[in-house]
Design a protein. Structure first.
Length: 221
């Protein structure tokens, strides 16, 4: 996983904890907030893994019940072992496997990001998060003003906070940090919205970032 991808994902948690009181942020309490964010990710990973484990048990139970009730086994003597039976492909089974794959992927991603954030050789993760946070702190009025300007018909104070924080991160990167390609920043903001918010949020965020890109004549590449 690339450091900046990890930084954006972990940075979203940092923003969720400090964006409203950003003016009080300094390097000392930033480290504390980052540590709490890593713990949040680790706790989320633990929760996701518990869900994944429960999915395994559900699938195992489904297979056992299916085997027990199959016509090849249902009339066998009680003390005899079941014989293996063909397993049909069912929508229910596919959905369980999709859920399992999804929660496992989230858990592994969270653990990888948490590991990257605490390893000394991954200082670039922490440094990039700090760049984004400080860029927002120093330009909060301008960045929130852009969100308000292009969120047609929406009161910025009533926007879903996670959507605001994704936009704050992306706009900070696009206009002030300027260390990543515009397309990468936009694509990853959309992916964060899909992962942590909604499909509608992803479209909403894409539209606002498109307007910001146009206003500042940024090259989409």
């Amino acid at each position: 996983m690339q450091a900046r991808h990890a930084a954006r994902e972990l940075g979203l948690i940092v923003f969720s904890q400090c964006s409203e009181n950003i003016s009080k942020l300094d390097k000392e309490n930033y480290t504390d907030i980052l540590l709490k964010s890593v713990r949040t990710l680790a706790n989320n990973a633990t929760s996701e893994l518990k869900v994944a484990t429960s999915c395994f048990f559900e699938i195992k139970d489904f297979l056992e019940q299916y085997e027990n009730n199959h016509e090849d086994n249902i009339n066998r003597p009680i003390d005899s072992h079941n014989i293996e039976v063909p397993l049909p492909t069912t929508l229910d089974m596919r959905e369980k496997l999709d859920d399992l794959i999804n929660v496992s992927d989230k858990a592994l991603t969270a653990l990888e990001i948490a590991e990257m954030a605490v390893l000394e050789e991954k200082e670039d993760v922490k440094d990039y998060i700090l760049k984004m946070v400080l860029s927002y702190r120093e330009n909060k009025s301008e960045i929130d003003g852009l969100i308000k300007k292009y969120a047609y018909g929406w009161n910025i104070d009533r926007l879903v906070k996670i959507d605001k924080d994704i936009l704050r991160i992306a706009i900070s990167e696009l206009i002030y940090v300027k260390d990543a390609p515009v397309k990468v920043v936009v694509d990853e903001a959309i992916e964060l919205a899909k992962k942590y918010s909604t499909q509608d949020s992803a479209s909403f965020i894409n539209g606002i970032l498109g307007s910001v890109i146009s206003e500042f004549n940024l090259k989409y590449k």
